[in-house]
Design a protein around this ligand. Structure first.
Ligand code: FES
Length: 119
């Protein structure tokens, strides 16, 4: 594994998240108070991109069913929320019964104007 440049620092302002790809990996970069995090950009529940979700501190919330993940550890910290009305349906049961996995965490560093991720 080696560090690969995936973005410019200017692409990621504080409080922002972006999706990048390198070596076939989909990666979510997040800037939390100037600290850069890099995790897999596929929700551990049903694979939605997390880049379109919400960032609150170092927690990212999936836009699809609101599962939450800690950007520092990749751990799933809150399960998906499926409304009761939907949970009773065939699709809802699929959503409820799909296991939520933790996210892969990538080592990340800034060098000059660049953001690099170890892949
Ligand atoms: S796909 Fe992210 S919470 Fe369901």
């Amino acid at each position: 594994m080696e560090f690969i440049q995936v973005a410019k620092k200017a692409d990621l302002s504080e409080g922002q998240m972006i999706h990048v790809e390198a070596n076939g990996q989909e990666i979510l970069l997040a800037n939390v108070g100037g600290k850069i995090y890099a995790v897999g950009d596929r929700c551990g529940h049903m694979n939605a991109s997390l880049a379109g979700g919400e960032l609150e501190g170092n927690i990212v919330r999936c836009a699809l069913h609101k599962a939450e993940f800690d950007l520092a550890t990749g751990k799933n910290t809150k399960p998906p929320a499926v409304p009761k009305l939907i949970a009773a349906s065939k699709m809802g049961k699929l959503m409820v019964n799909t296991k939520t996995h933790d996210l892969p965490v990538f080592e990340v560093k800034a060098e000059g104007d660049n953001i690099l991720v170890k892949i």
